[in-house]
Ligand binder design. Structure first.
Ligand SMILES: Nc1nc2c(ncn2[C@@H]2O[C@H](COP(=O)(O)OP(=O)(O)OP(=O)(O)O)[C@@H](O)[C@H]2O)c(=O)[nH]1
Ligand SMILES: [Mg+2]
Ligand SMILES: [Zn+2]
Length: 316
């Protein structure tokens, strides 16, 4: 009698044009999707992404060199991070699923700190109710008290922050402690040092990092795909390719202000219930702004993102 195929569950570590790497306990193996699943579940709406949990059957003996898996089912996602796909398609691009923590990595310089990009990431994470931490890397290049100044509005908004240098090692022990036993995702612009930080935290990760100084401050992406790595000290971390643009997906214009945590205490106190906090009289947010209780840069980011949502005609 033929033995029933062994059904296993695992976590997607890598996903690339129809080929997947799945980890299940001690086993890490290449997997493909069952044809039926491709059509039914993955058609237009669902792409299998890094972090997805799947049920698969093993073909070939466990541990054999040719053992492979066939993915039969994608388990429900507990959460995800997504953005508006680049290009004109107006589609959602899911970057990762089933994560505990997102680390938003910015460099103090080289490339310069981009507040608007950070504010977009943060709003997307708030929208998805994801726990977020801000990492300011390259603090060895802090020539004054720039790190403090850059991070002050975010600390005031309630975000946890890390001042790091992958070069001299500052902040890395604390970062490592916070990543322990968590499934984390590293997101940020190209060149911020995501891969260098991870390689410093776990030597042997063998991540591609940029070896030649770029000079112009702009440049090519060194990491080319999102990949989840098991951590020796417990948990997982996904390194991802640098992001230059980050359009919000699925965010309603009227909800955006609530995704800026430091605005929340003022919302509801404006004269008009549908106040956009941009020009209206008796706006509690604008009042707080004029008193210096809300950071001007953060409010500016809010207005820019609000304009984009309205212009993009993205009604959800
Ligand atoms: N001075 C300084 N340089 C750093 C630090 N961390 C990384 N770098 C340098 O910054 C450059 C970019 O680092 P990567 O780790 O490749 O950056 P990345 O964020 O992974 O970039 P992508 O993979 O393109 O998204 C490399 O030349 C690193 O050596 C740091 O803390 N201080
Ligand atoms: Mg990288
Ligand atoms: Zn208002």
């Amino acid at each position: 009698m033929k033995e029933a195929p062994k059904v296993m569950t695992g976590r997607v570590l890598r996903a690339e044009s129809g080929r997947y790497t799945v980890q299940s306990g001690e086993l890490t193996l290449p997997c493909q999707l069952r044809g039926r699943l491709k059509k039914e579940k993955l058609g237009r709406t669902r792409n299998l992404v890094v972090g997805d949990e799947v049920r698969f059957i093993l073909t070939g003996a466990v541990g054999a060199r040719d053992s492979e898996g066939v993915i039969e089912e994608i388990l429900p996602r507990r959460n995800m991070i997504s953005r508006l796909a680049s290009g004109k398609s107006r589609k959602e691009q899911i970057l990762m699923a089933n994560l505990d923590l997102i680390y938003l990595v910015m460099a103090i310089r080289e490339p310069g700190f981009a507040g608007i990009l950070l504010d977009r990431f943060l709003a997307a994470c708030e929208h998805r109710r994801l726990e977020t931490r801000i990492c300011l890397n390259k603090c060895d290049l802090d020539y004054g008290h720039e790190a403090e100044q850059l991070l002050a509005p975010y600390r005031k908004a309630g975000y946890e922050t890390h001042c790091l240098s992958a070069l001299d090692g500052r902040g890395l022990d604390e970062l490592k402690a916070s990543m322990t036993n968590q499934v984390s995702f590293f997101l940020g612009p190209s060149g911020a040092g995501k891969s260098t930080i991870l390689a410093a935290i776990q030597p042997g990760l063998e991540l591609a990092t940029q070896t030649v100084s770029r000079g112009s401050g702009m440049g090519r992406h060194t990491t080319t795909r999102t990949e989840l790595h098991p951590l020796d000290f417990g948990g997982y971390v996904a390194d991802s390719p640098g992001v230059r643009e980050f359009g919000l997906w699925g965010v309603e214009d009227m909800k955006l202000a609530g995704y800026f945590p430091e605005f929340r205490e003022y919302l509801g106190a404006c004269r008009f219930p549908d106040c956009s906090h941009s020009h209206e009289p008796d706006c509690a947010v604008l009042e707080a702004l004029s008193q210096g209780l809300i950071d001007a840069g953060r409010h500016e980011s809010y207005l820019r993102i609000l304009g984009e949502i309205r212009e993009g005609d993205l009604n959800f």
